[in-house]
Design a protein. Structure first.
Length: 291
């Protein structure tokens, strides 16, 4: 066990597939006085994920990255089946970023026959993405709570790219008194501003060219706020036109309070501007915080 817990020192990465082995590994790591950093992902790793892993590597003694495309967070007709998967590639990327343990459970392991328990953070889960994806966050909070119980992390790392998810996880941790520190890290972007996402792979060349307009729209909101405009309805209307001009279907573009995710009339500090839009058949999200 000592060798395993010190895996990072000899640059070996362990791949664990069962809950029992993962719990055993974490328990022993903790007995040795190690802190554990958990980075939950759905795989198809990219620079956004890598930034989380590298930060966990800096902060903690054992870095666990989970790769699991969680079926309960996908609604009927969503992209669960076609979600990109490439474990070989992920294994190399995770190892290079300093991962000690790659946790890759199967569906049977996570949701055995007869599974019936779900966690739901009310209200926050019903806003923004929760309107068009009503079961999404219930699936997210359930899998993340399970991962916390399995991996027993000291710290866990999430991206601001999925701001609503991060806010909901923080609320769950606080409400359920879960003993873990949740760290939110900034959105990693492509050179043209598009937020890096596994789903960008779905975009055709033409769609990829217009996709950065979501980021440009967020920047435009900031620009208007900086020039003294604070009426959110006015700003959002103007910025929506920017997106619609590219023939992109907006799911929502909203200005909300960072804590409650409720709509705000005035744009000010701690207002989150959040957008979700369909570019062809691909639904992308992005957001920006007014500081
Ligand atoms: P996913 O694999 O899409 O479920 O994402 C796993 C974690 O990576 C989540 O905490 C995401 O918020 C985070 N993440 C995804 N894309 C980015 C990005 N572009 N920048 C920073 N974090 C990201």
């Amino acid at each position: 066990m000592h060798c395993e817990a010190s895996a990072s020192l000899i640059n070996r990465m362990k791949v664990i597939k069962t809950i029992e082995q993962m719990q055993f590994f974490s328990q022993h790591g903790k007995k040795l006085g190690k802190t554990i950093g958990l980075v939950p992902t759905m795989g198809y790793l990219h620079s956004g994920h890598i930034s989380l892993i590298k930060r966990a590597r800096k902060d903690t003694g054992i870095v666990v990255v989970s790769i699991y495309v969680n079926p309960t967070q996908f609604g009927p007709g969503e992209d669960y089946k076609r979600y990109p998967r490439d474990l070989e590639r992920d294994r190399e990327l995770a190892k290079a970023a300093g991962t000690d343990v790659l946790f890759v459970p199967s569906n049977k392991e996570i949701y055995p026959d007869g599974y019936s328990t779900y966690i739901m953070v009310e209200e926050l889960s019903e806003k923004l993405c929760g309107i068009s994806r009503p079961i999404h966050f219930r699936g997210v909070t359930t899998i993340v709570a399970k991962l916390f119980n399995i991996v027993k992390p000291t710290r866990t790392y999430f991206g601001w790219k999925d701001a609503q998810q991060l806010i909901i996880i923080k609320k769950m941790v606080s409400d359920l008194n879960i003993d873990v520190k949740v760290i939110g890290l900034p959105t990693v972007r492509e050179k043209d501003g598009l937020a890096v996402s596994s789903r960008n792979k779905y975009l055709t060349k033409k769609e990829r060219e217009i996709a950065p307009v979501l980021y440009q729209a967020l920047v435009q909101v900031k620009r208007m706020v900086n020039s003294g405009e604070s009426n959110s309805a006015k700003v959002l209307k103007e910025v929506k036109n920017l997106i619609k001009a590219k023939k992109i279907k907006i799911d929502y573009l909203k200005a909300v309070n960072l804590m409650s995710l409720k709509d705000v009339k005035k744009l000010k500090k701690k207002t989150l501007i959040a957008v979700a839009a369909w570019i062809g058949k691909t639904r992308l999200i992005d957001n920006m915080l007014i500081k």
